[in-house]
Design a protein around this ligand. Sequence first.
Ligand code: ADP
Ligand code: MG
Length: 731
Amino acid sequence: MNPERSRLDTPVTEFRGVGEARASALFKMGIFTAGDLLRCYPRAYQNRGDTVPLSVIREKLKNGESDGPFSVLLTIAAEPSVSMIRRGMTLLKVRAFDETDAVEITYFNQTYLRDKLTTGAMFRFFGKFTLEKSKLKLNSPISEPYAEGVPLPDIVPVYPLSSGLTQKMMASLVNEALRMCGNEIAEFLPSDARVELGLPTLGCTLTNIHRPESMDMLESAKRRLVFDELYLMFLSITLSGAKLKRDNTIPMKLSRQDAAAFKEVLPFELTNAQRRSVNEIAGDMGGEFLMNRILTGDVGSGKTIVAAAAVYTAVKNGYRAALMVPTEILANQHYEDLSELFGKLGITCALLTGSTKKKERERILAGLNDDGTDAGKIDVVIGTHALISEGTVIGRLGLAVIDEQHRFGVTQRAALFEKAADVHCLVMSATPIPRTLTLATYGSIDVSRIDELPKGRQKIDTFLVDERYRERLNAFIRKQKEEGHQVYVVCPAVDEAEEDPYAKKYDGNDTDEMADVPLVENWRDTSVPLKAATAFAEVLAEALPDLKVGYVHGKQKPAQREAVMAEFASGDLDVLVSTTVIEVGVNVPNATLMIVENAERFGLSQLHQLRGRVGRGTAKSYFILVSDTKNPTAKDRLNAIKSTTDGFKIAEYDLEMRGPGDFIGENGIIRQHGQMNFTLAATCRDTDMIERASFYAKRTAEADPELKEETNRRAAKQLERFVKEFGNTQN
Ligand code: ADP
Ligand code: MG
């Protein structure tokens, strides 16, 4: 045995009462040590401290306001009665009262309570109430004997469990771990960060997360955990970004080119935002360091032409440029547009994808290595990840442009960055990211934003309706068809059997249902039943028998999905019902209407991206959100989509409403937390806190990039665990 071992590393098997069965139940939850126990946060809390008079509960039930759970302080009125109601099922009934009212309490199969619930004894009960024929009833509540002077805990944690464990066991194991490790829990946050934000120490935080002294203490503990996660997340991102920058120190100064010739061939005037971005990029390419920049802007904001300007600069300086995109369709599209443009400038383009024929491929590879002035010379190569496949060598590469980088796989991205390690690098993203997050998520990458659409874009009319409009909606769909147009319908789920991922149900533990204060809040209104794409397609087909309705979703085989998409693109289908798989990469200019079912389930940025799928042709287009939500916050969110079309504004609003987690997830930077669906950080709506976490993470990464200093060493350890839990953050 290692005497140096930290108590935090004590195996759970050494805890009292943990045998083989319990150990394996704990292992299943990823709990192996005392430290793991401390990090197994309750998923909710029961607030049993606020006891409510029975008369108040009766009022609330009468008004249909709430059935609890409530905490009540009651005296037992008479001995319980026990009866057998079925084979193997006993029913215990007992009457109890407070100063305001009386209630009948029932328990199933808990006969042993008969000896505890004695006449005159006082108990604190916690449970859900019903009103039956004006009789107040309380079903299977949690009971705690009450005695003056012996305080009961007010706030009781509810842990996630696996079968074979109970709340009591978990609580006692965690208490044991707290007792054992209390003074070994060392700080890993910079102390000035803690002071500035008024956060408790880590030791105090863990104690209050597991055994909250008060709701206020619980709140500060939560704030601290949220900050920790943000700090670690940004630290990890910044460190990987810092590495990129350090490696990129070889300069490749490319002089600004006479833009007149380039502008000459453009069929339009650049917008101000485009011009600004072109200038920022030219500044980078002519500077002391290699460019490392991300260009963000809504779909249709005109990123391609900005990239083309950079390509032009590289080629005019005698270098080659490569443009990599995630799909062949996109590669084809870019090739067509750019070869036409560059053709007029005497710049040669080539298209290299997985389906490029061998002969053509050989021609291209030769053209990419020819430094002479041969006729076969190729200046710009556009392609898919075939560009980074082995055997593809690009001579005198000066610029790598990566479009929609979040859609590349992790290994592809790594290979890409390796290949582009010593050239200027420009990444394009169609997801508008709030300012607060660009800084943080992209570490030391510079950011250009195109926050303005080219003039003359048609406005898409956005409406918010509820189920009462169903008939009218169907009529509207038919009208589009009659005018020769097509319709998208988006549903949040694939099929009806699918479990609602956000309305997580916990089984096997009665106290779980009664938890009333969740550890993390969910911004989604999950009270409205979920519509499923497959079933809804059938409903629509029935309501509109003369229309051709097809559906696509993520569970289909890619070939099948593409076949249906192609049918829709060619106009063979009138209506395409889908999940959000159509969010990216579809271009059907003939589609003039998109209807989003259960709109309350979607993130605003997601809705915004969906809206970008219509209005691509010349015909007037519509975006209709269908939601039966009664939740005022959810309604506010949906109204925000109605009132603005600025992707950045929407993204910022979204950040305030639901925290950064979904963005970071959407951009593939970190995976969502497996067990809880989201991280604690994901619930943070405090942009100030996000900014401060990013600031301190940056400072730490810059001052101590190897994380050698004592406090930072501990942060490094946390980081290791964090990366293991949340996935690789090195996008
Ligand atoms: P995205 O940012 O989504 O990549 P694109 O670069 O594909 O957008 O541009 C969308 C469309 O807008 C293209 O047809 C492009 O030619 C056109 N476009 C780009 N910039 C302008 C502009 N300044 N004025 C008018 N049309 C423009
Ligand atoms: Mg694009």
